[in-house]
Write a protein that binds this ligand. Structure first.
Ligand code: SF4
Length: 263
């Protein structure tokens, strides 16, 4: 039985075909510039937090910016000094003013305040897998930070700021709360999204995760697991995310593009 990741659950919610292509057929979607920046920021934050946990000292904002930038260019495989746009996937990374270093250093600037509010780092980048939620469905994931006061903190990099209330529509908080409970034996106090946009604007968005939410996760996964075991992946061209901008498969052979007159 394959573990469910938060991204798989959210993909299935949006569209069964999107889930099938992203998680079943092994087709690989092109890494976007946004994904690469997100990966670099996450790696840099984990580096800084592990150093803090081990040495009790915060690395400087400059060190954080340089580290994130280095990771980003390593991932892209390009020369940092070049002025040319970086080809990647189906597009280019052409706006160097909004790169990973801006987002990582802005997030890092918010860390002292976050630690005062939510507690010092307890565990950084901890993975969990094979965590049972129903008799037939298991989950997996990796949390960015669990604090000593038992809050899960999760970094999100975003082209634009989230709309008010976006944080309450996500399945991740309860998935990760269950992961924390399984690994540590204790249900967390809350889940905190820390969202940074490419201008470096940081917003903190707490989401309560009362244990009753587990019932919702169980019902959702029960339904999805049954659909997956029956190979049912309904296409959903009516989704607001079924477009060239929000779904990589729109231009890569999904019949929805033809249905919508875009191919
Ligand atoms: S293009 Fe639309 S229908 Fe096709 S996988 Fe994406 S969201 Fe689903």
């Amino acid at each position: 039985m394959k573990d469910w990741h938060q991204s798989g659950i959210e993909d299935y919610w949006i569209c069964g075909e999107r889930y099938r292509r992203n998680h079943v057929t092994g087709e690989v979607s092109a890494d976007s510039a946004s994904n690469l920046m997100g990966k670099a920021v996450h790696e840099a934050m984990a580096w800084g937090l592990k150093a803090l946990k081990d040495n009790g000292e915060l690395v400087s904002l400059d060190q954080m910016a340089v580290y994130a930038s280095d990771v980003f260019y390593d991932l892209v495989g390009e020369d940092e000094e070049s002025e040319d746009p970086i080809p990647w996937g189906e597009g280019v990374i052409d706006d160097r003013a909004h790169e990973a270093n801006v987002m990582a250093s802005s997030l890092w600037e918010s860390i002292p305040g976050l630690l005062v509010t939510y507690g010092e780092p307890l565990s950084v980048e901890q993975s969990f897998s094979g965590v049972p939620v129903t008799p037939t469905a298991k989950i997996a994931g990796t949390w960015d930070l669990l604090t000593e006061d038992y809050y899960i903190l999760d970094w999100k990099t975003s082209r634009n700021s989230w709309r008010p209330g976006d944080e309450f529509k996500k399945i991740q908080p309860v998935v990760y709360a269950r992961g924390v409970e399984h690994v540590t034996g204790k249900w967390p106090e809350g889940f905190i999204y820390v969202v940074v946009n490419r201008r470096g604007d940081v917003r903190v968005k707490p989401v309560p995760v009362p244990k009753e939410k587990l019932v919702f996760l169980q019902a959702t996964l029960d339904q999805l697991e049954r659909a997956r075991q029956s190979n049912i992946y309904p296409m959903n061209p009516t989704s607001g995310l079924c477009s060239e901008t929000y779904c990589t498969w729109f231009r890569r052979g999904c019949p929805a593009a033809i249905l919508k007159g875009a191919a």
